[in-house]
Design a protein around this ligand. Sequence first.
Ligand code: NDP
Length: 254
Amino acid sequence: MFNNAEFKGKRVLITGASRGIGRKIALAFAEEGCYVTAVARSKEQLDDLIHTISTKGLKGTAIQCDVTLEKQVIDTVLKAQNIMGDIDILINCAGIFKVTPSVEAAFEEWNEILETNLNGTFLFCREVSRIMIKNKRGKIINFGSLLSYTGFPERAAYAASKGGVLQLSKVLGIEWAKHGINVNTLIPGMIEVETPHPVKSITKEHIINRIPNGKYGMPADVIGPTLFLASSHSDYINGQALVVDGGWLSNGYI
Ligand code: NDP
């Protein structure tokens, strides 16, 4: 897509790569000439991704990891480093989403969402930052959501977690800028994936009516902006967010 020589040989670790947006991004970075380590829990889906990458003659490896577990995150980063070398680009895409009236929300569900979306992102940032600080360079892209900015009924834990990701990325961006590391948030709008996000009380038609571009985004719409944030073209962008939503967030009309 970018066909940018600067990506050739770069080492990328991406979480949430077994399906959805993360899978497409992993493939795109491999196609740019990167060595990709794909991280998620589902072995079969990861193996399928690596099979696709290697049949194209590209480089990739898979590591099974639950991002909520500190020891697994630490081991995964070490393993990725042993296999492909120091990590140049980290993409935290793993995330879960649930719709529950807050008054009924079980504490287990609250914790699961915060632990996956926020704690998992923090743990990978912390572990990979040690490599990037040593090398005095690195790009980190964390996945937020429209709910990093706006509220939405029955999505308290998700909104809290994604608001947290946005704030976390700002702090890490300014803290590690002196080490040559950029930490930014990618904010996808409504993106069509195989496992659709439950919307319950609202219809798909209602959502589309609110999107100025008039349609859901596709994972492919997120690839270019992610590559941009991982490239030298965005070296002076730090602690920022890039919103890829067909205008949804700017639209106060409906
Ligand atoms: P999917 O549900 O399609 O994929 C989620 C990915 O996260 C899977 O690879 C899953 O792998 C991984 N994951 C979930 N829990 C864990 C865990 N505990 N440990 C490791 N991996 C985990 O999601 P999308 O592709 O739709 O979303 C990707 C990111 O973009 C998420 O952060 C999401 O919040 C965000 N986003 C998506 C939007 C959309 O419209 N699609 C809108 C706004 C934000 P596995 O189950 O194999 O572990």
